[in-house]
Design a protein around this ligand. Structure first.
Ligand SMILES: NC(=O)c1ccc[n+]([C@@H]2O[C@H](COP(=O)([O-])OP(=O)(O)OC[C@H]3O[C@@H](n4cnc5c(N)ncnc54)[C@H](O)[C@@H]3O)[C@@H](O)[C@H]2O)c1
Length: 376
């Protein structure tokens, strides 16, 4: 665990044996990350920063069980035998706090005051995001990087409320412009300590330097992370737009009795899952068209695709549908609970082992391809 020993030097990356594969630790020792909100995403980002950097991390979350929550969850996400730490969650947390790598804060002000990066993953609603940034801006310096993990509220909207006379904030036009230039969406895919994707979604006001900083931060972790810059703001960005449309169709198929929750999951695991772990839909369908590639695929399968697209029209489910006994939500929840119950620590570990194995295969493939290209 970086920081519990001598932190890596500013410029260097070092390798540590973690009990799993060797983990390369980037430095970022000069960074002080303030994590606002330490729920599902916050705890995973905490693990990411602690595992792959030497940055200090301050956390703020008003939940009364914060320390217990971190003590229960963080050890599940950290490497199995981090150097310098016991395998017991409790002593790990104590050592992290004693070493200065991790600091629990009792106010937002305390967490962000000397931060170089403020990363928020609090509740997903506009009021929370806007109120939080207003407060953060009272306490941070003019160069602090501002990151939001939001699943869908674009950066331009999170600071749209700021005017030179916003409440008692008393920000100048220059300070507002500077805040807008520094706010960037860094949208993870859950759990971010294991999933490669980080969607960097700048608003039209975000400066290119800020996007470049986040890109460099996550690219230099010596980990599996792959930041991708999204060119335009849109609701749900890219990965979630795809995921939520598929999820809507999955819920509708269950509601219509075409298949069960469990069978639908098995269908995805046996088809789209392995396929998309290897190549995205465009590259995969390009294979599907034989020698004519995508053009051949669209000619050959276009009619079947069109039949499904047209079948989709008109009777879609929505979140406003009643939750009553006949509603799709009740059906989906009942079948999901029946199939899986509530996720346990053992289930989380199982999921993480499998995700790591899939991502490892992807990494090996990419390396082999790179090597092949170099040898050509
Ligand atoms: N869960 C996902 O799959 C996922 C994926 C990507 C992005 N996100 C985004 O990350 C954010 C958090 O999602 P989550 O799933 O971790 O939610 P969560 O409910 O697990 O965590 C939110 C945390 O915010 C805390 N909080 C509440 N009020 C607060 C305040 N005033 N100050 C600081 N913290 C406060 C809560 O106590 C809670 O621990 C959301 O914006 C969400 O859209 C979630």
């Amino acid at each position: 665990m970086p920081g519990l020993q001598e932190p890596p030097s500013e410029s260097a990356s070092t390798s540590t044996t973690t009990g799993m594969a060797a983990t390369t630790v980037s430095s970022h020792a000069a960074e002080h990350i303030a994590l606002i909100g330490v729920g599902a995403i916050g705890i995973s980002f905490l693990a990411l920063h602690l595992t792959y950097t030497a940055a200090r991390v301050s956390v703020f979350d008003p939940r009364p069980d914060l320390k217990e929550h971190v003590a229960a969850m963080l050890p599940l996400y950290l490497p199995t035998s981090p150097p310098g730490l016991g395998s017991e969650g409790k002593s790990s947390i104590e050592q992290l706090t004693a070493s200065g790598r991790l600091r629990f804060c009792t106010s937002l002000r305390e967490a962000v005051q000397h931060a170089t990066v403020v990363q928020e993953q609090g509740p997903e609603n506009m009021q929370f995001k806007q109120r939080t940034w207003s407060e953060v801006l009272r306490y941070v310096g003019a160069s602090t990087h501002l990151w939001s993990s939001t699943s869908g509220i674009p950066a331009s909207q999170q600071l749209a409320h700021l005017t030179a006379t916003t409440g008692d904030l008393d920000l100048s036009e220059e300070a507002i412009a500077s805040a807008r230039a520094r706010l960037l969406i860094v949208h993870p895919f859950n759990p971010p300590h294991l999933m490669p994707l980080l969607e960097l979604v700048p608003s039209p006001s975000t400066s290119a330097t800020e996007t470049a900083f986040a890109r460099s931060y996550f690219s230099s972790l010596g980990s599996i992370h792959r930041p991708i810059t999204i060119r335009k703001e849109s609701v749900g960005f890219v990965a979630n737009r795809l995921s939520f449309i598929l999820f809507r169709e999955a819920c509708r198929l269950v509601q219509q009795g075409v298949c069960s929750v469990h069978d639908l999951d098995e269908i995805v695991r046996a088809s789209l899952g392995p396929r998309w772990a290897v190549a995205g839909p465009f590259q995969m369908y390009n294979f599907g068209g034989g020698v004519r590639g995508m053009a051949g695929f669209l000619d050959n399968i276009g009619e079947a695709i069109d039949a499904v697209w047209k079948d989709d029209a008109g009777d879609q489910i929505s979140m406003d549908d009643g939750d009553g006994s006949g509603g799709w939500k009740a059906t989906v929840i009942e079948q999901t609970v029946e199939a899986y119950g509530v996720p346990s620590a053992a289930e989380i570990k199982k999921r993480d082992r499998a995700l790591k194995a899939v991502v490892k295969v992807q990494e090996e493939q990419a390396q082999a391809q790179e090597q092949g290209q170099m040898e050509q």
